[in-house]
Each structure stands twice: as structure tokens, then as C-alpha cells.
Design a protein around this ligand. Structure first.
Ligand code: HEM
Ligand code: HEM
Length: 165
């Protein structure tokens, strides 16, 4: 099962890198269409950011909850944590890449979004370090990093949403 999870995780990461590169090279952009969800009308890239960020925000607490209450299901929950969050990072990456490549006349105020994306990258890398055997050697020294950056994500996403709406 671990092999399958690592294969799917690698596919999602490669897909993310390819999509972000294509957007940065201006070879691909989501069509600029407004989508109405529950009475709010925003562009497609805006909603993609919402879906990715909300998924990560609501799905992440499931792992610590299962760890404390239903440890029997921990392994499967961790697989779900990894694949689900990587998919969230993919969606958020689409939003991020569209934002930072907007035309100069319409450029956003760079700020919280960059902190958020750096947090996403650190969460992904510390997650993999923890999942790999590296963590066994330095477990005590680095274990705090992953949950600490999860807290950074929760703090900054609130500011970003307030700034964005
Ligand atoms: C981890 C998730 C997210 C990341 C990494 C991210 C990243 C970014 C970045 C880099 C920008 C450029 C401006 C800046 O640096 O602040 C931006 C702009 C924006 N984001 Fe996000 N975003 C995320 C989630 C969201 C969510 C959930 C919303 C929903 C309100 C949102 C709405 C916006 C809007 C409206 C702008 C344009 C702001 C302007 O025109 O000045 N983002 N985002
Ligand atoms: C991107 C959003 C992510 C967030 C917000 C997040 C957050 C968290 C949180 C809060 C925990 C619980 C920590 C604890 O119980 O001490 C955790 C555990 C873990 N996460 Fe993530 N994570 C994310 C992505 C990932 C990714 C992409 C991986 C990839 C391998 C990963 C791997 C792990 C591992 C291995 C653990 C288990 C830690 C343990 O029980 O020792 N995470 N994560």
C-alpha cells in the first residue's frame, strides 16, 4: 500500500509542477469565466483557491483526531491525509500561479498569499521528511515543524481571506 501511495503522491506532485510551469510560461490559463456559487460570483481561479484551501483546513484535523481516538485506523487515515492534502496543494497552486502572473496593470497586492504558498511548500516537504526514514534519525528535532506550519497556515489563511473578499 505504501508503494501505491507514494506513486499516486508522485503523480500529483509532477502534475502540480507541470501545471504551475505552464501557467508561468503563459502556455496555459484557466478560462476567465465568472462562476456563481451560493449567490457569490467570482472567477474560476478564485473558486479553485477556495476549494483547495477549505479542503486542507477541514480535512487536516481528521488525522490528529483519529490518532487519539481510533488509532486502529491510523495508517489508512495517513494515506488519506497525504493524497488529500497534496490534491489540495495542487488546487491552491493553480490559484497561486494565476495570481502571481496577472498582467502588470491588474497586479494583486503581494503579501499574505506568498506566505501561504511558502507554508504549503514547507508543509509538503516536512510531511515527506516525517514520512521517510530521515525522521527516524532526527525525530525529536524536526517533529514540531510539520504541525507548527499547519498552525501558520490556519493563521495566515484567515488574514488572506479577509484581504481577498
Ligand atoms: C493556501 C491557499 C492560498 C494561497 C497559497 C493563495 C495565494 C495567493 C497569492 C500569492 C495571491 C497574490 C496576492 C498576495 O500575495 O496576497 C493571491 C491573491 C488572491 N487570493 Fe489567494 N491564496 C490562497 C487561498 C485563497 C482563498 C481561500 C481565497 C478566498 C477568498 C483567496 C482569494 C484571493 C483573492 C481575491 C486574491 C486577489 C487579491 C488582489 O487582487 O489583491 N485565496 N492568493
Ligand atoms: C499541506 C497541508 C498539510 C497540513 C496542513 C498538514 C498537517 C498535519 C498535522 C496537523 C498533523 C498532525 C501532527 C501531529 O499529530 O503531531 C500531520 C501529520 C502528518 N502529516 Fe501532514 N499536513 C499536510 C500535508 C502533508 C503532506 C503533503 C504529507 C506528505 C507526506 C504529510 C505527512 C504527514 C505525516 C507523515 C504525519 C504524521 C506525523 C506523526 O504522526 O508522527 N502531511 N499533518
Amino acid at each position: 500500500m505504501k508503494k501505491v501511495v507514494l506513486t499516486v503522491a508522485s503523480i500529483i506532485i509532477v502534475a502540480t509542477v507541470i501545471i504551475v510551469t505552464l501557467i508561468f510560461l503563459r502556455a496555459f490559463r484557466l478560462p476567465f469565466v465568472n462562476v456563481n456559487i451560493l449567490g457569490a460570483t467570482y472567477s474560476l481561479t478564485h473558486w479553485v483557491g477556495w476549494i483547495g484551501a477549505l479542503y486542507i483546513a477541514f480535512a487536516t484535523p481528521i488525522y490528529p483526531m483519529v490518532k487519539h481516538r481510533f488509532p486502529k485506523h491510523l495508517r489508512r487515515t495517513l494515506y488519506f491525509h497525504i493524497i488529500g492534502n497534496l490534491t489540495g496543494v495542487l488546487l491552491v497552486s493553480v490559484h497561486f500561479a494565476h495570481q502571481v502572473t496577472r498582467s502588470a496593470s491588474n497586479y494583486p497586492d503581494i503579501g499574505t498569499g506568498i506566505v501561504l504558498y511558502a507554508t504549503m511548500l514547507i508543509l509538503t516537504s516536512t510531511g515527506f521528511i516525517q514520512y521517510s526514514s530521515l525522521a527516524k534519525r532526527f525525530a525529536k528535532q524536526i517533529k514540531f515543524l510539520h504541525p507548527a506550519f499547519a498552525l501558520t497556515f490556519y493563521t495566515v489563511i484567515i488574514m488572506h481571506i479577509i484581504q481577498g473578499i
